[in-house]
Design a protein. Structure first.
Length: 289
Protein backbone atom coordinates (compact mmCIF):
# COMPACT_ATOMS: atom_id res chain seq x y z
CA UNK A 1 0.00 0.00 0.00
CA UNK A 2 1.17 3.59 -0.60
CA UNK A 3 1.23 6.17 2.20
CA UNK A 4 -1.54 8.78 2.38
CA UNK A 5 -0.56 12.05 0.61
CA UNK A 6 1.71 14.40 2.58
CA UNK A 7 3.78 17.52 2.04
CA UNK A 8 7.53 16.86 2.10
CA UNK A 9 9.91 19.36 3.75
CA UNK A 10 13.68 19.00 3.86
CA UNK A 11 14.97 20.98 6.84
CA UNK A 12 18.35 22.61 6.14
CA UNK A 13 19.29 23.03 9.79
CA UNK A 14 18.06 22.54 13.35
CA UNK A 15 16.27 25.89 13.62
CA UNK A 16 14.36 25.21 10.42
CA UNK A 17 13.39 21.70 11.58
CA UNK A 18 12.11 23.06 14.88
CA UNK A 19 10.32 25.92 13.13
CA UNK A 20 8.52 23.44 10.85
CA UNK A 21 7.59 21.28 13.85
CA UNK A 22 6.32 24.36 15.68
CA UNK A 23 4.14 25.31 12.71
CA UNK A 24 2.77 21.86 11.90
CA UNK A 25 2.99 20.23 15.38
CA UNK A 26 0.80 17.15 15.74
CA UNK A 27 0.11 17.07 11.95
CA UNK A 28 3.79 16.45 11.22
CA UNK A 29 6.28 13.60 11.57
CA UNK A 30 10.04 13.89 11.32
CA UNK A 31 11.88 11.44 9.10
CA UNK A 32 15.25 10.05 10.23
CA UNK A 33 16.24 6.59 8.91
CA UNK A 34 12.64 5.83 7.93
CA UNK A 35 12.92 2.20 9.00
CA UNK A 36 10.06 2.38 11.49
CA UNK A 37 8.13 5.37 10.16
CA UNK A 38 7.82 4.45 6.47
CA UNK A 39 6.43 0.93 7.07
CA UNK A 40 3.68 2.27 9.34
CA UNK A 41 2.92 5.09 6.88
CA UNK A 42 2.58 2.52 4.10
CA UNK A 43 0.18 0.55 6.30
CA UNK A 44 -1.64 3.86 6.90
CA UNK A 45 -1.37 3.37 10.65
CA UNK A 46 0.14 6.88 10.63
CA UNK A 47 -0.94 9.55 8.14
CA UNK A 48 1.02 12.76 8.75
CA UNK A 49 0.09 15.78 6.62
CA UNK A 50 3.72 16.94 6.72
CA UNK A 51 6.94 14.96 6.63
CA UNK A 52 10.06 16.79 7.83
CA UNK A 53 13.25 15.17 6.55
CA UNK A 54 16.14 15.57 9.02
CA UNK A 55 18.89 14.15 6.81
CA UNK A 56 20.52 17.55 6.09
CA UNK A 57 20.52 18.69 9.73
CA UNK A 58 24.21 18.48 10.54
CA UNK A 59 23.71 19.61 14.17
CA UNK A 60 22.12 16.19 14.83
CA UNK A 61 25.28 14.30 13.86
CA UNK A 62 28.51 13.55 15.70
CA UNK A 63 29.87 11.72 18.72
CA UNK A 64 32.13 13.51 21.21
CA UNK A 65 33.30 13.37 24.83
CA UNK A 66 33.52 16.55 26.91
CA UNK A 67 33.39 17.21 30.67
CA UNK A 68 32.80 13.56 31.52
CA UNK A 69 29.86 13.16 29.14
CA UNK A 70 29.65 11.17 25.92
CA UNK A 71 27.31 13.04 23.56
CA UNK A 72 25.75 11.15 20.67
CA UNK A 73 23.85 13.05 17.97
CA UNK A 74 20.33 11.81 17.19
CA UNK A 75 21.16 10.99 13.55
CA UNK A 76 23.95 8.59 14.52
CA UNK A 77 23.20 5.30 12.80
CA UNK A 78 23.18 1.96 14.58
CA UNK A 79 26.26 0.97 12.55
CA UNK A 80 28.16 4.10 13.61
CA UNK A 81 27.28 3.49 17.26
CA UNK A 82 28.40 -0.11 17.06
CA UNK A 83 31.80 0.79 15.58
CA UNK A 84 32.66 4.15 17.16
CA UNK A 85 35.74 3.90 19.39
CA UNK A 86 34.56 6.56 21.86
CA UNK A 87 31.30 4.65 22.35
CA UNK A 88 33.14 1.34 22.71
CA UNK A 89 35.52 2.90 25.28
CA UNK A 90 32.92 4.73 27.37
CA UNK A 91 29.60 2.94 26.80
CA UNK A 92 30.34 -0.54 25.48
CA UNK A 93 26.87 -1.76 26.43
CA UNK A 94 25.37 0.75 23.97
CA UNK A 95 27.68 -0.43 21.16
CA UNK A 96 26.66 -4.00 21.95
CA UNK A 97 22.97 -3.12 21.74
CA UNK A 98 23.53 -1.26 18.45
CA UNK A 99 25.29 -4.29 16.99
CA UNK A 100 22.23 -6.43 17.67
CA UNK A 101 19.67 -4.18 15.97
CA UNK A 102 18.06 -5.84 12.95
CA UNK A 103 20.32 -6.63 10.02
CA UNK A 104 23.08 -4.75 8.20
CA UNK A 105 20.71 -2.67 6.05
CA UNK A 106 18.71 -1.60 9.10
CA UNK A 107 21.89 -0.72 11.01
CA UNK A 108 23.14 1.37 8.10
CA UNK A 109 19.99 3.50 7.84
CA UNK A 110 18.28 3.46 11.24
CA UNK A 111 19.27 6.06 13.82
CA UNK A 112 19.52 6.11 17.59
CA UNK A 113 17.22 9.15 17.76
CA UNK A 114 14.58 7.48 15.60
CA UNK A 115 14.72 4.25 17.57
CA UNK A 116 14.38 6.04 20.93
CA UNK A 117 11.59 8.35 19.74
CA UNK A 118 9.69 5.42 18.22
CA UNK A 119 9.94 3.46 21.53
CA UNK A 120 9.07 0.02 20.21
CA UNK A 121 8.56 -2.39 23.13
CA UNK A 122 10.99 -4.82 21.50
CA UNK A 123 13.69 -2.27 20.64
CA UNK A 124 17.21 -2.84 21.91
CA UNK A 125 18.33 0.64 22.99
CA UNK A 126 15.97 1.30 25.93
CA UNK A 127 17.74 -1.32 28.09
CA UNK A 128 21.19 0.17 27.41
CA UNK A 129 20.07 3.78 27.82
CA UNK A 130 18.52 2.93 31.20
CA UNK A 131 21.54 0.94 32.43
CA UNK A 132 23.84 3.81 31.45
CA UNK A 133 21.62 6.31 33.28
CA UNK A 134 21.69 8.40 30.11
CA UNK A 135 19.90 11.67 29.44
CA UNK A 136 17.84 12.41 26.36
CA UNK A 137 18.19 15.96 25.04
CA UNK A 138 15.02 17.38 23.47
CA UNK A 139 14.50 20.69 21.71
CA UNK A 140 11.32 22.40 20.59
CA UNK A 141 9.97 25.92 20.02
CA UNK A 142 10.03 26.43 23.83
CA UNK A 143 13.75 25.63 24.01
CA UNK A 144 15.91 22.73 25.17
CA UNK A 145 15.26 20.30 28.02
CA UNK A 146 16.95 17.21 29.37
CA UNK A 147 14.99 14.07 30.21
CA UNK A 148 16.44 11.28 32.37
CA UNK A 149 16.21 7.87 30.67
CA UNK A 150 14.02 6.57 33.50
CA UNK A 151 11.47 9.34 32.74
CA UNK A 152 11.72 9.09 28.95
CA UNK A 153 10.02 5.72 28.28
CA UNK A 154 6.39 6.23 29.25
CA UNK A 155 4.47 3.33 27.67
CA UNK A 156 4.17 1.29 24.49
CA UNK A 157 5.32 3.54 21.60
CA UNK A 158 5.04 6.51 23.95
CA UNK A 159 7.85 8.73 25.24
CA UNK A 160 8.10 11.96 27.21
CA UNK A 161 8.74 13.91 23.97
CA UNK A 162 6.13 16.53 23.06
CA UNK A 163 4.76 16.45 19.46
CA UNK A 164 6.70 19.63 18.62
CA UNK A 165 9.98 18.44 20.14
CA UNK A 166 12.97 16.89 18.41
CA UNK A 167 15.26 14.45 20.13
CA UNK A 168 18.61 16.09 19.39
CA UNK A 169 21.12 13.94 21.31
CA UNK A 170 21.73 11.32 23.96
CA UNK A 171 24.18 12.11 26.76
CA UNK A 172 25.89 9.29 28.65
CA UNK A 173 27.95 9.93 31.78
CA UNK A 174 31.43 8.47 31.28
CA UNK A 175 31.84 5.44 33.54
CA UNK A 176 34.51 5.42 36.26
CA UNK A 177 37.56 3.14 35.99
CA UNK A 178 36.25 -0.01 37.67
CA UNK A 179 33.04 -0.38 35.74
CA UNK A 180 31.73 -2.83 33.19
CA UNK A 181 28.62 -3.36 31.13
CA UNK A 182 26.96 -6.03 29.03
CA UNK A 183 23.87 -6.34 26.80
CA UNK A 184 22.22 -9.74 26.38
CA UNK A 185 19.26 -10.45 24.10
CA UNK A 186 17.01 -13.27 23.06
CA UNK A 187 15.88 -12.26 19.58
CA UNK A 188 12.52 -13.09 18.08
CA UNK A 189 13.52 -15.59 15.40
CA UNK A 190 11.15 -14.07 12.83
CA UNK A 191 11.86 -10.35 13.26
CA UNK A 192 15.19 -10.11 15.09
CA UNK A 193 13.64 -7.72 17.62
CA UNK A 194 14.20 -8.39 21.34
CA UNK A 195 11.83 -10.91 22.86
CA UNK A 196 13.81 -10.13 25.99
CA UNK A 197 16.79 -7.81 26.31
CA UNK A 198 18.83 -6.92 29.41
CA UNK A 199 21.57 -4.35 29.79
CA UNK A 200 23.68 -4.17 32.93
CA UNK A 201 26.24 -1.69 34.21
CA UNK A 202 28.16 -2.42 37.42
CA UNK A 203 30.55 -0.09 39.20
CA UNK A 204 32.96 -1.58 41.75
CA UNK A 205 34.40 0.18 44.82
CA UNK A 206 38.07 0.03 45.87
CA UNK A 207 37.42 -3.22 47.76
CA UNK A 208 35.94 -4.79 44.63
CA UNK A 209 32.37 -4.79 45.96
CA UNK A 210 29.43 -3.45 43.99
CA UNK A 211 29.16 0.31 44.50
CA UNK A 212 26.34 0.63 42.00
CA UNK A 213 24.43 -1.64 39.64
CA UNK A 214 21.91 -0.60 37.01
CA UNK A 215 19.78 -3.10 35.13
CA UNK A 216 17.67 -2.04 32.14
CA UNK A 217 15.03 -4.32 30.65
CA UNK A 218 13.47 -4.25 27.19
CA UNK A 219 11.31 -6.60 25.11
CA UNK A 220 9.73 -8.20 28.15
CA UNK A 221 7.90 -4.99 29.10
CA UNK A 222 5.73 -2.51 27.21
CA UNK A 223 8.43 0.15 27.50
CA UNK A 224 11.96 0.11 28.92
CA UNK A 225 12.18 -0.30 32.70
CA UNK A 226 14.87 -0.54 35.43
CA UNK A 227 14.87 -3.72 37.52
CA UNK A 228 14.89 -2.07 40.95
CA UNK A 229 14.75 -5.22 43.10
CA UNK A 230 17.84 -6.72 41.46
CA UNK A 231 19.71 -3.42 41.65
CA UNK A 232 18.99 -3.10 45.40
CA UNK A 233 20.22 -6.63 46.12
CA UNK A 234 23.49 -6.04 44.27
CA UNK A 235 24.41 -2.76 45.93
CA UNK A 236 27.22 -3.39 48.45
CA UNK A 237 27.50 -7.09 47.57
CA UNK A 238 30.58 -9.03 46.52
CA UNK A 239 29.62 -9.97 42.98
CA UNK A 240 30.27 -13.70 43.16
CA UNK A 241 28.24 -16.41 41.46
CA UNK A 242 25.82 -16.81 44.39
CA UNK A 243 25.11 -13.09 44.80
CA UNK A 244 24.61 -12.68 41.05
CA UNK A 245 22.27 -15.69 40.82
CA UNK A 246 20.09 -14.59 43.73
CA UNK A 247 19.87 -10.99 42.50
CA UNK A 248 19.10 -12.13 38.95
CA UNK A 249 16.31 -14.39 40.24
CA UNK A 250 14.43 -11.26 41.40
CA UNK A 251 14.72 -9.34 38.11
CA UNK A 252 11.02 -9.69 37.27
CA UNK A 253 9.89 -8.28 40.66
CA UNK A 254 7.72 -5.22 40.19
CA UNK A 255 7.77 -5.45 36.39
CA UNK A 256 4.56 -5.96 34.42
CA UNK A 257 5.83 -8.61 32.00
CA UNK A 258 4.26 -8.86 28.54
CA UNK A 259 2.13 -11.90 27.79
CA UNK A 260 1.36 -12.03 24.06
CA UNK A 261 1.46 -14.20 20.94
CA UNK A 262 5.27 -14.08 20.90
CA UNK A 263 5.79 -15.48 24.43
CA UNK A 264 4.03 -15.91 27.75
CA UNK A 265 4.93 -13.73 30.74
CA UNK A 266 6.30 -16.81 32.53
CA UNK A 267 8.57 -17.69 29.61
CA UNK A 268 9.81 -14.12 29.45
CA UNK A 269 10.46 -14.12 33.20
CA UNK A 270 12.62 -17.24 32.97
CA UNK A 271 14.59 -15.90 30.01
CA UNK A 272 14.98 -12.57 31.79
CA UNK A 273 16.50 -14.29 34.84
CA UNK A 274 18.98 -16.24 32.70
CA UNK A 275 20.01 -13.25 30.58
CA UNK A 276 20.40 -11.05 33.66
CA UNK A 277 22.71 -13.59 35.27
CA UNK A 278 24.74 -13.74 32.06
CA UNK A 279 24.89 -9.94 31.72
CA UNK A 280 25.91 -9.47 35.37
CA UNK A 281 28.63 -12.08 35.11
CA UNK A 282 30.05 -10.54 31.94
CA UNK A 283 29.80 -6.95 33.28
CA UNK A 284 31.58 -7.97 36.51
CA UNK A 285 34.39 -9.69 34.59
CA UNK A 286 34.84 -6.56 32.50
CA UNK A 287 34.86 -4.31 35.57
CA UNK A 288 37.55 -6.53 37.12
CA UNK A 289 39.64 -6.70 33.95
C1 LIG B 1 13.59 -5.27 9.27
C2 LIG B 1 13.75 -4.44 10.51
C3 LIG B 1 14.32 -5.02 11.63
C4 LIG B 1 14.51 -4.28 12.78
N1 LIG B 1 15.04 -4.88 13.89
C5 LIG B 1 15.25 -4.16 15.00
C6 LIG B 1 15.84 -4.76 16.16
O1 LIG B 1 16.23 -5.94 16.18
N2 LIG B 1 16.00 -3.96 17.25
C7 LIG B 1 15.63 -2.65 17.27
O2 LIG B 1 15.81 -1.99 18.29
N3 LIG B 1 15.07 -2.06 16.19
C8 LIG B 1 14.88 -2.78 15.07
N4 LIG B 1 14.33 -2.17 13.97
C9 LIG B 1 13.95 -0.74 14.04
C10 LIG B 1 15.14 0.13 13.65
O3 LIG B 1 16.01 0.18 14.74
C11 LIG B 1 14.73 1.55 13.27
O4 LIG B 1 15.81 2.11 12.65
C12 LIG B 1 14.36 2.46 14.40
O5 LIG B 1 13.36 1.94 15.22
C13 LIG B 1 13.85 3.79 13.90
O6 LIG B 1 14.90 4.58 13.54
P1 LIG B 1 14.83 5.43 12.24
O7 LIG B 1 16.01 6.34 12.25
O8 LIG B 1 14.67 4.54 11.09
O9 LIG B 1 13.52 6.34 12.52
P2 LIG B 1 12.28 6.69 11.60
O10 LIG B 1 11.65 5.46 11.08
O11 LIG B 1 12.66 7.75 10.61
O12 LIG B 1 11.34 7.37 12.71
C14 LIG B 1 10.73 6.60 13.71
C15 LIG B 1 9.85 7.51 14.58
O13 LIG B 1 10.67 8.38 15.36
C16 LIG B 1 10.42 9.74 15.02
N5 LIG B 1 11.72 10.39 15.00
C17 LIG B 1 12.80 10.04 14.26
N6 LIG B 1 13.86 10.80 14.59
C18 LIG B 1 13.43 11.65 15.55
C19 LIG B 1 14.07 12.70 16.29
N7 LIG B 1 15.37 13.00 16.13
N8 LIG B 1 13.32 13.38 17.18
C20 LIG B 1 12.02 13.08 17.39
N9 LIG B 1 11.35 12.10 16.72
C21 LIG B 1 12.07 11.40 15.82
C22 LIG B 1 9.72 9.72 13.66
O14 LIG B 1 8.90 10.84 13.47
C23 LIG B 1 8.93 8.42 13.78
O15 LIG B 1 7.76 8.65 14.53
C24 LIG B 1 14.13 -2.90 12.81
C25 LIG B 1 13.58 -2.30 11.66
C26 LIG B 1 13.40 -3.06 10.52
C27 LIG B 1 12.82 -2.40 9.30
Amino acid sequence: MNPAPFTYHKAANLDEAIGLLGTHGADAKVLAGGHSLLPIMKLRLVEPDHLIDLSAVEELRGIAVADGVLRIGALTTHHQLERDLLVRDHALVLAEAAGQVGDRQVRNRGTVGGALAHADAAADYPAAILALDATVVARGPAGERRIAAAEFFVDLLTTALEPDELLTAVEVPVLPGRAGGSYQKLANQASGYALVGVAVVVVLDVAGRCAEARVGVTGAVASGRRAGATEALLRGAALDETAIASAAARVGDGLDLLDDLHASAEYRRRVLVGLTRRALTSATERANA
